[in-house]
Design a protein around this ligand. Structure first.
Ligand SMILES: Cc1cc2nc3c(=O)[nH]c(=O)nc-3n(C[C@H](O)[C@H](O)[C@H](O)COP(=O)(O)OP(=O)(O)OC[C@H]3O[C@@H](n4cnc5c(N)ncnc54)[C@H](O)[C@@H]3O)c2cc1C
Length: 544
């Protein structure tokens, strides 16, 4: 064990590990990148986190940087939960529900709690957290907050940020702050503090005052933009102030979350209505999506899967879809769901049906739970594509942009064209209501040719979404993989603004460096995992 590991083991209650196999395991997350930590800490409480941050800060003051990377379940697909220094793994011990407040309909949790476990508990109380990711069964709440995760219900209910009411955050120097919306008077108190917390409040307040025009330019015409930092809702017109929206989505680069208070929504198992529209043209598809998303009562889900994705599923497993849909498939299948309460008002349903009948070549409407389940299998079938590997070729997570809905047709055509130029088979699926549709191409990252294709896809794809006014990070954050494209997306002035935010919270660069800043395409090349797979998702808990 190194001196650093010894020191930490002496001062922390949680375990500290430096074993080679553990470091190798934690060198990977859900991305195509790898970076081994120097050591792993499994904090048992906030004090452990505080002490670790304080230790790293004190070393940094003396010129030695040992960075800290917080980690939930390591399922993000951009290299956000790997780091060369200390990996703080929250899922081992800091994984409890602390309080369920039935009056306020909130729940207080530690960050390492499994999302699925929390969701099940909430269900038993008739509540749920709506922006759950498809990975809820094997990811944590801390990861979801830090990635500002969105899910299938987000077009109606919004992103994770909408549900985070307050946080306890360990700052880079080990100080602990509680964030929530503050009145003007409460803010003034914070501004007067002589601590690091006070310094942060003062610097962010000044930044927002002086740069408010630039801050507005960070906005993109998409429902969720997870690129960079979200400064939009920190200071409101009424003078109220909240650091919570900024910490949400910051991927462990501004502070370490030790507790969170989340707002929940009523959960209903009422049956839903699911409509399926088949489309021949991207133009009509775009029009239908635009109109469905401009209604007052939004659908609870709006999902797209194209003919190529269905063909690939059918090729891999001819039985999977045979009861539901037979080839030849329509170019685009749109699934429109209205859940629970929406059924009581028939108007949105009638309107959606009319819209689909106007633009689609065929429409199917189901309300029986069994039929609903059947139809959903069309979209769920993309799981087969995401998890697929064939020898050394793996379904590879590279892209996750989102575009304004009125650019959907151009995006689809651009993406198909790009895939063709790379000699990669086309396919497309995703949350089209959020403008977040893409694919995971099959690549063998051991082969030079496929590596080159991966980088050309990254470069050209990001150009495409940026040119269409979209964001490079649609459903979750930038991680390391999209960091090289952040400046392209925002331009130098906005990028410098984001860097200032990082500098205010993390002056020594000890908090998850390389994420959002400081990773070049050459760094990405050096970190590429030739053996990419999702096998790291299996549990790996402390053994001491
Ligand atoms: C098959 C599959 C499907 C997916 N589907 C979706 C989806 O539908 N929507 C979506 O948005 N994402 C999706 N993801 C991506 C990922 O699963 C989610 O972003 C998930 O919420 C990450 O949670 P995690 O616990 O794995 O976090 P990790 O990967 O461990 O960490 C993610 C980030 O959070 C930071 N972090 C973790 N804990 C803390 C903490 N306590 N304090 C500060 N920072 C912290 C890490 O440093 C890192 O930057 C999917 C991934 C896979 C593999």
């Amino acid at each position: 064990m190194s001196k650093v590991a010894h020191y930490l083991q002496e001062h922390l209650i949680g375990e500290v590990m430096t074993a080679t196999d553990a470091r190798r395991y934690f060198a990977a997350d859900g991305s195509i990148l790898q970076l081994a930590p120097a050591l792993i800490v499994y904090p048992r409480n906030e004090n452990d986190v505080r002490k670790t941050a304080r230790f790293s800060w004190q070393l940094a003051e003396r010129g030695r940087i040992i960075p800290i990377t917080p980690r939930g379940a390591g399922t993000n697909q951009t290299g956000a939960a790997i780091g060369s220094g200390i990996l703080l793994v929250f899922s081992a011990h800091m994984n409890r529900i602390l309080e369920l407040d039935a009056k306020a309909n909130t729940v207080m949790v530690e960050p390492g709690i499994g999302y699925g476990k929390l969701q099940q508990t909430l269900h038993t109380h008739g509540r749920f957290l709506p922006p759950y990711p498809a990975s809820l069964d094997y990811s944590t709440i801390g990861g979801a907050i830090s990635e500002n995760t969105v899910g299938e219900k987000s077009i109606k209910y919004g992103d994770t940020r909408t549900y985070v009411k307050g946080l306890r955050v360990v700052l880079a120097n080990g100080e602990v702050i509680e964030t929530t919306r503050l009145s003007k008077r409460e803010l003034n108190k914070k501004l007067g503090l002589t601590t690091f917390e006070g310094e942060i409040y003062r610097s962010i307040d000044i930044l927002l005052e002086e740069q408010h025009e630039l801050v507005e330019q960070l906005q993109r015409d998409v429902s969720v933009n997870n690129a960079g930092y979200y400064l939009g809702d920190v200071k409101r017109r009424d003078g109220s102030f909240d650091l919570t929206p900024l910490i949400v989505g910051s991927e462990g680069t501004l502070g370490i979350i030790s507790e969170a208070v989340l707002q929940t929504e009523p959960y209903t198992t009422d049956s839903a209505t699911l409509m399926m529209g088949r489309f021949d043209s991207a133009e009509y598809l775009q029009q239908a999506v635009l109109e469905l998303m401009s209604t007052k009562e939004l659908p609870s889900a709006l999902e797209l899967i194209d003919q190529y994705a269905l063909m690939q599923v059918n090729e891999l497993n001819p039985n999977q879809l045979k009861e539901i849909m037979k080839p030849p498939y329509s170019p685009f299948i749109l699934l429109v769901e209205y859940n629970g309460n929406d059924r009581s008002s028939k108007k949105p349903l009638k309107h959606a049906r009319k819209l689909l009948e106007k633009y689609a070549t065929a429409v199917q409407i189901e309300t029986e739970p069994e039929m609903l389940q059947q139809l959903w299998k069309l979209r769920q079938a993309t799981g087969t594509l995401i998890g697929h590997n064939d020898g050394q070729r793996h379904s590879t997570p590279l892209i996750d942009g989102a575009i304004p809905l009125d650019r959907l047709r151009e995006y689809i055509e651009g993406l198909y064209g790009l895939l063709k130029s790379l000699n990669l088979p086309p396919s497309l699926w995703g949350r089209v209501g959020s403008g977040n549709v893409g694919l995971q191409p099959m690549l063998n990252l051991n082969q030079v040719g496929d590596r080159q294709k991966a980088f050309r896809l990254l470069n050209e794809y990001h150009k495409l979404v940026i040119n269409l006014g979209g964001t490079i990070s649609g459903s979750s954050g930038d991680g390391r993989l999209r960091t090289p494209y952040l400046e392209h997306m925002y331009g130098s002035e906005l990028y410098a603004l984001l860097q200032k935010v990082k500098q205010i919270f993390d002056p020594y660069g000890t908090l998850n460096p390389g994420v959002k800043f400081g990773t070049s395409l050459d760094d990405i090349k050096a970190m590429l995992r030739s053996d990419f797979s999702l096998d790291h998702i299996y549990d790996h808990m402390p053994r001491s």
